[in-house]
Design a protein around this ligand. Structure first.
Ligand code: PMP
Length: 382
């Protein structure tokens, strides 16, 4: 009998109460109950975004909130700095190109994190840049970018800092208000333990001011409309009501745990996974790895695509493979959302066994022991 385990950086497993809630009969989106639901969800999202700013939601995947950030903040012909260190940094640049925004790219080798000094230097030579577009966790490589340092730079300039936290929200720390981040976008199917289909954005006061001047075309992804209606517990268009119900269950879990504890749990799972991978004898791909996922560089003799396919088909274990130029070269194991130490142990033990099955020389249990060491160390110091 095959049992499925999802270790991808989105979608992530859904808690059972959220699954059950979605099986309830659908409600009218203008009912008093849905108004209360929307207000509750938007309030709880502030806790996850670590902000007093309002959070808005859209019925779209994460890319919808990214596109909305570009079209709502910018004007035709604006210049923006875009950090490109993987597929999702590239996406920021592609969206900007689509709308005729001039991109000043900072290209970083895939697997590396951008140096804040480079951003500071670019910003001093391009002081009229309207925004810096960054990514908290570049999911394609598993790298974490130092958003706190970037916010320290942009805060003292008129340039906005816009952060894609699509995968990392709730896993890697992102203190919107304390650090001075202007815009954060995210979505439902990652750290928020909800199916795909909802996207979110939080904007600082000066980011809202930019939306008033923006002249790029927008209709469905109009942030100001979504924001205004959201405050009333309403929406401009029919929302994914079912997903909002699931999201409420997931947010209740995060609020009960407390976002700081949620991030600590992810940090621990990430440390355990990294320790395990090292003990197995494989190199980590990311120079500064995120809590969201661990990417592992595979030796040349392993075909990463075939390995990922075999694990899913034979064992029901789904890891993510590499994207773009990393296709076949890395495996990505997510420890994201509704997961704990025992899920990590499953991910690692299956990984070891899978490697053995394809003939790679691995000492069974070495990775599991290394992961357990991290988990027990914490328990002993608590
Ligand atoms: N940014 C990042 C960092 C992501 O990980 C993803 C999804 N993997 C996206 C953007 C795009 O999100 P979606 O597929 O929900 O549009």
């Amino acid at each position: 009998m095959k049992k499925s385990h999802l270790f991808t950086p989105g979608p992530t497993p859904i808690p059972p109460d959220a699954l059950l809630a979605m099986a309830q009969p659908i409600d009218y989106h203008r009912s008093d109950d849905t108004v209360a639901l929307i207000k509750d969800v938007l309030e709880k999202l502030k806790h996850v975004f670590q902000t007093e700013n309002d959070v808005l939601f859209l019925t779209s995947s994460g890319t919808g909130a990214m596109e909305g950030a570009v079209t709502n903040l910018l004007c035709r012909g604006d210049r923006v700095i875009v950090l490109r260190s993987g597929k999702f940094g590239e996406r920021w640049a592609e969206i900007c190109d689509t709308y005729g925004v001039n991109v000043l790219p900072i290209d970083v080798r895939w697997g590396d994190s951008v140096s804040p000094e480079r951003v500071e230097a670019e910003l001093s030579s391009q002081p009229d840049a309207k925004a810096v577009f960054a990514t908290l966790c570049e999911t394609s490589t598993g790298v974490l970018h130092d958003i706190e340092a970037l916010a320290g730079i942009t805060q003292n300039t008129p340039t906005l800092l816009v952060v894609d936290a699509v995968s990392a929200l709730g896993a890697d720390d992102l203190q919107m208000d304390k650090w001075g981040v202007d815009v954060i976008v995210s979505c439902s199917q990652k750290g928020l333990m909800t199916p795909p289909g909802l996207a979110f954005a939080a904007l600082s006061q000066r980011a809202w001011e930019a939306t008033e001047k923006s002249d790029l075309p927008k209709y469905y992804l109009d942030y100001r409309k979504a924001h205004k209606r959201g405050l009333e517990g309403s929406v401009p268009y029919t929302p994914a009501v079912t997903l909002l119900i699931a999201l409420q269950c997931a947010l209740n879990r995060i609020c009960d745990e407390g976002i700081r504890n949620t991030i600590t749990r992810h940090s621990l799972m990430a440390r355990a996974t990294r320790n395990a991978v090292k003990a197995i004898g494989l190199p980590l791909f990311a120079s500064s790895p995120a809590n969201t996922l661990t990417s592992i560089r595979l030796p040349k003799e392993i075909d990463g695509k075939a390995f990922v396919k075999m694990m899913r088909e034979r064992h029901g274990i789904t890891y993510a493979g590499g994207q773009g130029e990393l296709s076949g070269k890395i495996v990505r194991i997510a420890h994201l959302g509704w997961m704990n130490a025992d899920d990590v142990i499953v991910a690692i033990s299956a990984f070891e066994r899978g490697l053995m099955e394809i003939g790679y020389d691995v000492e069974l249990g070495a990775g599991v022991a290394a992961a357990q060491e991290i988990f027990t160390k914490l328990t002993n110091t608590e």
